[in-house]
Ligand binder design. Structure first.
Ligand SMILES: Nc1ncnc2c1ncn2[C@@H]1O[C@H](COP(=O)(O)OP(=O)(O)OP(=O)(O)O)[C@@H](O)[C@H]1O
Ligand SMILES: [Mg+2]
Length: 247
């Protein structure tokens, strides 16, 4: 399964989300993951390098790919449960190539006017890519929300703006929390720093809602079923009628 975390707005939390979702799927769902960093700033590659220098953390693979990456992604998908692509903050070839094969696209936006102004163009890109990849499920997610109650309206308004387009908007959001910034420095995720914390719950909520699962156990079970079906391959999909009657 190919998951793209992308969008046109710089700093909206794409890399942060991609990294935390990768840890959630690896550590809590037992999935095999590869991250693909398409951003010349190398944010995710640097985070992976810091992470893989720490032997206590579950290591995650990462490759850098640019440009027409459709075929590379399809071949990586054969070897991993999830290919998580961090596309940086522009509309470029890698973003569109990924959208041509991704099953899920997550587009973070802060509840701010400049972020919301990019929604219309993202909607155009998604609509174009869905002509060749109609099964792609694209969602906006509102990030770095203010936690002050008198600013809650900003979050509702941001969701309302997104809902005027034909793209799903996740119920789950992230609030602005220092733990996101603090965790990145040493290649960690918020789930590892504070597993029972609010940020960890936000990341689980976003990943599960995106994958339309109740919790990590459901994702784990789905992966197990997929593996069994893959192993059976061409050898048939179940017991033959004779065997069933014989028992
Ligand atoms: N929910 C949050 N609360 C507080 N800080 C956050 C949150 N999410 C992300 N950040 C911080 O915002 C900064 C930008 O995040 P990130 O690098 O993930 O953005 P990006 O969309 O990948 O940016 P770019 O477009 O440059 O690739 C980072 O310092 C990150 O720690
Ligand atoms: Mg980034």
């Amino acid at each position: 399964m190919i998951i793209l975390v992308g969008g046109e707005k710089g700093g909206s939390g794409k890399s942060c989300l991609a990294q935390n979702i990768a840890v959630f799927l690896t550590a809590e769902c037992g999935a095999s993951i590869i991250m693909v960093d398409c951003d010349p700033q190398r944010t995710t590659s640097d985070w992976i390098q810091a992470r893989n220098n720490n032997p206590e953390l579950a290591s995650i693979n990462c490759v850098q790919l640019y440009g027409k990456i459709r075929n590379d992604l399809l071949s990586l998908e054969q070897h991993y449960d999830f290919v998580i692509v961090d596309c940086g903050g522009q509309d470029n070839l890698a973003l569109r190539a990924t959208m041509s094969v991704a099953s899920h696209v997550l587009m973070p936006l802060r509840p701010k006017r400049r972020d919301l102004k990019t929604v219309s163009h993202m909607d155009d890109i998604v609509a174009t890519c869905m002509m060749i990849n109609p099964k792609m499920r694209a969602s906006f997610v509102i990030t770095q929300c203010p936690s002050l109650p008198n600013q809650a309206n900003r979050i509702f308004e941001a969701k309302d703006v997104c809902r005027t387009y034909d793209i799903n908007v996740l119920d789950a959001i992230t609030y602005s929390r220092n733990i996101y910034d603090d965790s990145e420095e040493s290649g960690l995720s918020v789930i590892e720093i504070e597993p029972t914390g609010k940020a960890a719950a936000e990341m689980r909520g976003i990943a599960c809602e995106m994958l339309e699962a109740q919790n990590a156990t459901e994702i784990r079970n789905r992966l197990a079923t997929t593996k069994i079906n893959k192993m059976r391959g061409d050898y048939g999909s179940g017991r033959s009628q004779e065997k069933l009657y014989a028992v």
